[in-house]
Design a binder for this molecule. Structure first.
Ligand code: SAH
Length: 370
């Protein structure tokens, strides 16, 4: 027990710190340098990468093509355990699985695997906590603990990929087809680690997992300079913008960073992203009863997005504990959708997978419940 400020007691405050270096932090070339530094031939880097990412084997004893002493050296120096499972909870007959992970310094993060007939999506965290302070989001309530490292992000995907590969998820063995940065944290506020993780996901074997960039979605509150930077990375990931209101007056309260980068600047950056990458941009809009769900706001939203390569994703609000806000009535939701459709806007209402395990959008708050 330590004293922080007068009257504020902290029990067993975990030491917060950067994660130890891990193979998944490194590019293919950096891995070669790292194994040579261990006194091993450079080609061991590709062998181990093929085991780790290609065969999804995290048990060095299974790496029959790598001599025992090399396995020991590499796992000792480059494969520290970054994520320790605290618990997993499933619902939807085992096709939605939420995992709570403890990081090396005690911080907690969550990821969610969702299996659909035609795809498997893993929703991952980019930060422990979040500093964006959106009042309707559970993660935002506890503030930011720290940024995750590239490897801490990649390992969330690999944990899901291994579980699927081993047939541990209902529906039999399978592969991860989609990754969404829609768990805890603001990905563009942890830019370089997130870009590193995206590179590991989309690089071909042995450097990466070989996923399609269009299967990766980066979701942001609208950090405009970072959106512009992302457009120039040559990584055509899907960009999702959490808009939630078409007018600055309301968005200032729902997404506080709007006071820095208002609606029109965010949308201009989104259209620029779409033009430069050829990718259709997603607009995320959580429907909150009598707050942002009026038909006139749907019309205002249509004014803003009409004619653009865009898809509007409406998310029924998942109420967070203690919040007075709740989801829109079915009638208001229908009218909001119909208003957008009449204006020719492509729109879908997101399903509420994981809701009963607090694994749905905006409910991830592990840092709070630890
Ligand atoms: N920080 C990023 C990504 C994390 S949240 C972002 O804001 O985009 C992923 C999505 O869930 C965002 O669109 C976010 O606004 C939404 N969300 C957060 N809390 C929610 C809640 N209680 N109900 C529904 N959606 C929520």
């Amino acid at each position: 027990m330590t004293m922080q400020a007068p009257g504020e007691l902290v029990f067993d405050a975990p030491r917060r710190g950067k994660a130890p270096r891990h193979l998944m932090d490194l590019s293919g070339d950096e891995r070669k340098v790292a194994v040579v530094e261990l006194g091993l031939p450079a080609f061991r880097a590709d062998q181990v990468s093929r085991q780790w990412l290609g065969r999804l084997s995290d048990d060095p004893n299974e790496w029959s093509d790598v001599p025992a002493h090399a396995r020991e050296l590499i796992s000792g120096a480059l494969l520290p355990r970054l994520l320790t499972g605290v618990r997993t909870i499933d619902c939807d007959s085992g096709t939605t699985v939420k995992s709570v992970w403890r990081l090396h310094d005690g911080a907690l993060v969550e990821s969610v695997l969702m299996r659909y007939p035609e795809r498997v999506t893993v929703c991952i965290s980019s930060q422990a906590g979040c500093g964006m302070n959106c009042p309707f989001c559970a993660t935002g309530q506890a503030g930011l603990t720290r940024n995750l490292s590239t490897a801490e992000i990649v390992e969330q995907v690999l944990a899901g990929a291994r579980a699927l590969d081993r047939g541990e998820v209902a529906g039999g063995p399978g592969r991860v087809s989609n990754v969404v940065f829609m768990g805890m944290g603001e990905p563009l506020a942890n830019y370089s680690a997130v870009i590193g993780a995206v590179r590991r996901l989309v690089s071909p074997s042995p450097e990466g997992l070989g996923m399609s960039a269009r299967g990766v979605t980066v979701s942001t509150v609208g950090l405009v300079p970072r959106m512009q930077q992302l457009a120039g990375e040559g990584l055509p990931v899907t960009l999702a913008v959490s808009l939630h209101a078409p007018d600055d007056r309301l968005r200032d309260t729902l997404v506080p960073v709007n006071t820095r980068w208002p609606v029109q600047e965010v949308l201009d950056a989104a259209w620029e992203y779409g033009n430069r990458t050829g990718r259709r941009v997603s607009i995320e809009y959580a429907l909150i009863r009598e707050i942002n769900d009026q038909a006139w706001r749907a019309d205002l939203l249509a004014d803003l997005v009409e004619g653009q390569l865009v898809h509007v994703n409406l998310i029924p609000l998942n109420p967070t504990p203690g919040s007075v806000w709740t989801a829109s009535t079915p009638q208001d939701e229908r009218e909001f959708v119909a208003t957008l459709r009449r204006r020719g806007v492509q729109v879908t209402v997101r399903d509420t997978r994981g809701r009963d395990i607090d694994g749905a959008c905006g409910q991830l708050a592990a840092a709070n419940s630890g």
